[in-house]
Design a protein around this ligand. Structure first.
Ligand SMILES: [Zn+2]
Ligand SMILES: [Zn+2]
Length: 231
């Protein structure tokens, strides 16, 4: 993703809400959407899924001039968590998430990273596991936690009811859904997570996802081939 795209993403998030802003920093060879999201009123921020390239993430934090107070993780895959322990040490902030069902992934970050030539990563535990119905906050913004297994057993979605916004990690994509061929994955479980938990929240919910461009639940409900029954 180019810097211009980063700017467009930022403007989009800000104009939707006025209360929050976000920029996306693509990290790792998987082009994972590490997201810096902040409360406009307080300029307090969270880094969601710092998968790697920690120096690049820290540069983006400086340029954005926000105060990072938390790290949130959507799930335990290496491209989402590879930089989490390093960033926690550097910023002295807690890691919240994912669901404990992804503990086996966080216990094996080093071996997962080795398969993709990612060095300097560490196994770690978060400061707080998240479960269905939990709430997390940054500044004046509060997000509800939805446990959405299928892509990985411990995937969670961060949902802000006021902003009509969700960060869905690798559960749902623009025109696709998360892969389910990795250990612990289940396509049927993933589709029911999306149809039973996410889509009922409303067509107007905009989302950022772990890879590629974001979308809205309504757009995906109507045109995503994995949800319309074409695939
Ligand atoms: Zn993943
Ligand atoms: Zn991913």
């Amino acid at each position: 993703m180019t810097e211009q795209n980063d700017t467009q993403e930022s403007q989009q998030a800000e104009s939707q809400t006025g209360k929050a802003g976000a920029i996306i920093v693509p990290v790792t060879l998987f082009e994972q959407n590490c997201t810096i999201l902040w409360c406009e009123a307080t300029k307090k921020a969270v880094v969601i899924d710092p998968g790697g390239d920690v120096a690049k993430i820290r540069d983006a934090i400086k340029q954005t001039a926000v105060q990072v107070e938390k790290i949130w993780l959507t799930h335990g895959h290496i491209d989402h968590v590879g930089g989490a322990a390093e960033l926690r040490d550097a910023l002295k902030v807690p890691i919240e998430g994912p669901h404990v069902a992804d503990k086996h992934l966080l216990d094996n970050v080093v071996s997962s990273g080795a398969r993709f030539g990612m060095t300097g990563v560490r196994d770690f535990a978060p400061d707080r596991w998240l479960a269905e119905g939990d709430r997390v906050s940054i500044g004046e913004l509060t997000f509800e936690i939805l446990h959405c297994p299928g892509h990985s057993p411990g995937s969670v979605v961060f949902f802000n009811r006021d902003l009509r916004f969700a960060h869905v990690g690798d559960v749902l994509f623009n025109g696709s859904v998360g892969r389910t061929d990795l250990p612990g994955g289940s396509h049927a479980t993933l589709i029911s997570s999306i149809k039973d938990k996410l889509l009922p929240l409303g067509d107007d919910i905009g989302f950022i996802c772990g890879h590629g461009a974001g979308s809205s639940f309504g757009q995906e409900r109507m045109s995503n081939p994995f949800l319309t029954g074409e695939m």
